[in-house]
Ligand binder design. Structure first.
Ligand SMILES: *Cc1c(COP(=O)(O)O)cnc(C)c1O
Length: 238
């Protein structure tokens, strides 16, 4: 393996220790076991040998942002590594990933849900999805507004071919801690309120929130899946 990849692997090993310690501490503080929290490795721009090394080290789930990048890596990824899609998904690309990922985290329109359903039915499968919420109401971000969640879930529950497993958000990055916590708490409330409801095609199991800079805080406020890139793999070179 070339020097660069070896360096990336060495960096990962050091980072992984720090991240798992932080995750465990937050889990225990929030009254749960570390194993109750899924650490998803956000692997955009990360080379396949580094991803596969992460898998051998204990990472079970990875998430990619771009369909093209995912497809270029897919065949070389370790067999047991669970694959998810976490980026903005264009309707015309859905066909290329349905059946290849176990979860699409970023459903924020009926049009997109319908297309995932259509492609799933064509393959005789049901695709698990999360509803993405724009909790900070940022214009630049995708996701639905929390006010529309009830109606959105109601519509999704009637669509065959998809199954809603929970909620996801990409909270504002630069907000102060108190604001950030307020958003996480809002997400947790939406999650718990909807978990209590019994609706067809919906089982609120996953609350996916928190990234490198705030995953421990997200765990303290109810996240059971965190998506971590930079803190595991180092900063990305775009
Ligand atoms: C890149 C990415 C992450 C991880 O971000 P880091 O700050 O690098 O940890 C999480 N979620 C989504 C949707 C991403 O695109």
């Amino acid at each position: 393996m070339d020097e660069y990849i070896l360096k990336r692997i060495k960096d990962f090993d050091e980072n992984y220790k720090v991240v798992t310690e932080k995750l465990s501490e937050a889990a225990v503080k929030s009254g749960r076991a570390p194993s109750d929290i899924t650490l998803l490795a956000a692997t955009k721009t990360v080379e396949v040998p580094v991803i596969n090394h992460a898998y051998e080290s204990g990472i079970k789930v990875m998430g990619e942002n771009r369909v093209q990048e995912f497809l270029s890596k897919e065949n070389e990824l370790a067999q047991g590594l669970r694959r998810q899609f976490i980026g903005t998904l264009q309707t015309n690309k859905v066909r290329q990933i349905v059946g290849k990922v176990e979860l699409i985290q970023s459903v924020d329109s009926i049009k997109l849900a319908n297309e995932i359903a259509k492609q799933s039915i064509a393959r005789n499968i049901v695709t698990n999805v999360l509803v993405e919420i724009n909790i900070g109401k940022e214009e630049s971000k995708s996701g639905i507004n929390e006010e529309n969640l009830d109606e959105f879930l109601c519509q999704l529950s009637t669509i065959e071919g998809i199954f809603v497993k929970g909620l996801m958000t990409l909270g504002p990055v630069n907000d102060e801690l108190t604001q950030k916590i307020a958003y996480f708490d809002k997400m947790q409330k939406l999650f718990i309120d909807n978990k209590a409801k019994k609706v067809d095609n919906i089982s609120m199991d996953i609350l996916s929130m928190g990234m490198s800079h705030d995953f421990d805080i997200a765990i303290l406020h109810g996240a059971n899946m965190v998506r971590v890139g930079t803190s595991l793999f180092g900063s990305r070179i775009y």
